[in-house]
Write a protein that binds this ligand. Structure first.
Ligand SMILES: [Ca+2]
Length: 456
């Protein structure tokens, strides 16, 4: 127990007390049941508790046996007291909510994984007037984000490349600086591959310059395939410690620009200010060669842009377009995402860098659910929670139902209400340990955090 005192508005003190709660009644009940009412639980009784009460039937053969043996050894042979028993149940090594190691199969194609993905990764704040910087990129990589988005534009003198949110008041940062930081921080939190999605607004000359910069800065780390054709994506395992690029091949970029001009309504900030590139006739060959995952925007009917024939590719849809496409084409999206990559990005009206609930895209198998990582709020917490899974490596395997085909080649239909297979009931006994997870000024310089939990 401890008492803490803080000055609030520099004039009065705020006091609060941290109390470590004792074992709840159910824990006490289990302890005395297996210790036969004694104050200490013997090694045999403890193992019987693990097998019979906890269902840890492999506790004599698995890794947990090592932990159990250590606990029993530390109890000096006299058995475990109630407090020791209670602390064991809360031990992170034994009962952690997440495994700290990568434990999923990492040899499947990239399309079989949800990938931790950033949107406009260079923005420090809102989408319209904040600074562009490599700092949020570094932060994202440190947090395990594996897909970094850079919007690349000519600088004011048209002889260099900057990263900026085109058509807004955001202040640019040089591409070289962003690439150098990506190289330095790419693998500090995970060795699985980093993908750079480029939103390219460059002339041919500047594209060639980007190819030179990427080759020079990344060196051996830069991956690109030998041939243009790719029928299946490589696996995260095979691309460990590699960085690669995904963007529109320049030819298709020109076509999509021409279409964008015809649109009477365009709610996507990503599409703004496209006139710079109208005069492009061809692309720099060395730039095209570096594009590992060819990307495209939806063109024509959903049947066309969701077609699964030919080489694998990446499609980008705004959350708004995903919603529209999913009405009537849900299973086509799932079929598409079994082999190809779908990136979903925040709609253009999210100028405050807010996000959407990621489930609306995950349920269709979308691998790159692009988020404003500098934002806040429930959708971002869901995203961060998802990617604490699989050792926090930034790749989480999609559930089998999104990957399998039925006997008649049918795929999972997210719109169908299925019978409940299992109901999970959670009983919350206590909230403890938070006091040490956050400093007293973590959220507010003048007030310690007041914790609030909602389980639903
Ligand atoms: Ca962008």
């Amino acid at each position: 127990m401890g008492t803490y005192s803080y000055k609030v508005f520099k004039c009065f003190n705020r006091k609060f007390t941290i109390t470590e709660p004792g074992p709840p009644d159910d824990v006490k009940y289990a302890f005395y049941k297996f210790s036969s009412g004694a104050d200490h639980m013997s090694a045999d009784q403890f193992r019987r508790f693990l097998v019979e009460n906890q269902g840890e039937s492999d506790c004599t053969s698995s890794d947990s046996a090592v932990i159990v043996d250590k606990i029993l050894q530390d109890s000096d042979g006299g058995g475990l007291s109630l407090d020791e028993f209670f602390h064991f149940l809360l031990l992170d090594d034994f009962n952690a909510p997440f495994k700290s190691q990568v434990h999923q199969d990492m040899n499947a194609p990239l399309s079989h994984y949800f990938i931790y993905t950033g949107h406009n990764s260079y923005l420090t704040g809102n989408q319209l007037s904040s600074d562009c910087s490599d700092v949020p990129i570094i932060k994202a990589l440190q947090d395990g984000v594996r897909v970094i988005e850079l919007d690349i534009w000519p600088n004011s003198t048209k002889d260099d490349v900057v990263v900026v949110h085109g058509g807004t008041l955001t202040t640019p940062v040089s591409l070289v600086q962003c690439l150098k930081s990506i190289k330095e921080y790419a693998f500090v939190s995970s060795h699985y591959p980093v993908i750079i999605t480029l939103e390219d607004h460059l002339t041919t000359d500047l594209q060639a310059k980007v190819a030179e910069m990427a080759t020079q800065i990344f060196g051996e780390t830069l991956y690109y395939p030998e041939t243009d054709s790719m029928e299946e994506f490589p696996s995260p395992e095979s691309l460990k410690d590699r960085i690669f690029i995904s963007t529109k091949p320049p030819k298709e970029y020109l076509e999509s620009e021409a279409e964008a001009d015809d649109k009477s309504e365009n709610d996507e900030v990503e599409d703004m200010n496209s006139s710079e590139t109208k005069s492009l006739q061809q692309c720099a060959p060395e730039y095209g060669r570096l594009i590992t995952i060819h990307a495209g925007k939806p063109k024509g009917h959903a049947n066309d842009y969701l077609s699964v024939s030919g080489d694998v590719r990446r499609l980008s849809l705004s959350e708004h377009m995903l919603e529209n496409t999913s009405e009537g084409h849900g299973t086509k999206i799932v079929r598409f995402t079994q082999k190809n990559i779908l990136r979903v990005y925040p709609k253009g009206t999210r100028v405050s860098s807010s996000n959407y609930m990621p489930h609306i895209a995950w349920v269709y198998g979308a691998q790159m659910v692009a988020f404003n990582m500098q934002g806040y709020g429930k959708p971002l917490w869901c995203m961060q929670g998802m990617f604490r899974g699989n050792g926090g490596c930034g790749y989480v395997k999609k559930p089998e139902c999104l990957l399998e085909r039925g006997p008649n080649d049918e795929v999972f239909d997210p719109s169908i209400t299925l019978p409940v297979k299992k109901t999970l009931k959670v009983k919350v006994y206590m909230g403890t340990g938070w006091s040490s997870d956050f400093s007293q000024t973590h959220f507010d310089s003048f007030s310690p955090p007041d914790f609030y939990t909602k389980v639903s």
